[in-house]
Design a protein around this ligand. Structure first.
Ligand SMILES: CC(C)(COP(=O)(O)OP(=O)(O)OC[C@H]1O[C@@H](n2cnc3c(N)ncnc32)[C@H](O)[C@@H]1OP(=O)(O)O)[C@@H](O)C(=O)NCCC(=O)NCCS
Length: 169
């Protein structure tokens, strides 16, 4: 398996993996697939931070988009998707490690996500509240996590805002 940047030829396969990871077989497109489509055409889309895991085809995908803590730029992570047939074999972990390395190399200070703390702690995420970063919805706090990168400074605190499509979809 290789991790690399997404290319235009991957777009349909990435949508299919996202639908398979979050949807039900034969069901309508899940909200995450629609979110991804809207993020792609938004100014918040960051091509260097849309990564695919590839073996026989696209097995997984992760993306970070431009978000803010107060007025300062930060990254919002998601969706992260691994095809159900390929889950539990390290694909998600490989995508996360590659993404965090790429974001660090780009001098981004912080990656924020909403997810299961038991899964994301292994990648260095901790509750965002510990850093003084507040979720857009107070009830998200137990799942709202942040990973600091080399460019992080403790002054980066305040309310977190995802890219606009997160509010619309
Ligand atoms: C979550 C997801 C991306 C993980 O990808 P993956 O390739 O299966 O993960 P890996 O093989 O790298 O890691 C597997 C480990 O993660 C754990 N894990 C997976 N999902 C988890 C969850 N929701 N909560 C806690 N742990 C989880 C597994 O128990 C396993 O633990 P172990 O290494 O201690 O045995 C994948 O399961 C997926 O696409 N799920 C559906 C969509 C989703 O929920 N995306 C994340 C939204 S925040």
């Amino acid at each position: 398996m290789l991790i690399r940047r997404e290319t235009p030829a991957d777009v349909d396969a990435v949508a299919a993996v996202t639908s398979a990871a979050f949807g039900t077989p034969g069901g309508a497109d899940p909200v995450e697939t629609r979110l991804l489509a809207e993020l792609r055409v938004s100014p918040a889309w960051l091509p260097p931070l849309s990564l695919v895991a590839v073996d026989d085809g696209v097995a997984g995908h992760v993306v970070c988009t431009r978000a803010h803590v107060g007025p300062a730029p930060a990254l919002g992570l998601g969706p992260l998707s691994v095809h159900p047939a390929r889950q539990g074999r390290g694909v998600g972990s490989a995508l996360m490690h590659a993404l965090l390395g790429a974001a660090d190399a780009l001098d981004e200070p912080l990656v924020v996500l909403l997810g299961e703390p038991d899964y994301y702690a292994r990648f260095g995420f901790r509750l965002a509240a510990e850093l003084g970063i507040a979720p857009p919805v107070a009830a998200w706090a137990p799942y709202f996590q942040a990973r600091t990168l080399t460019a992080y400074r403790p002054e980066l605190r305040g309310p977190f805002r995802y890219a606009d499509p997160f509010d619309r979809v």
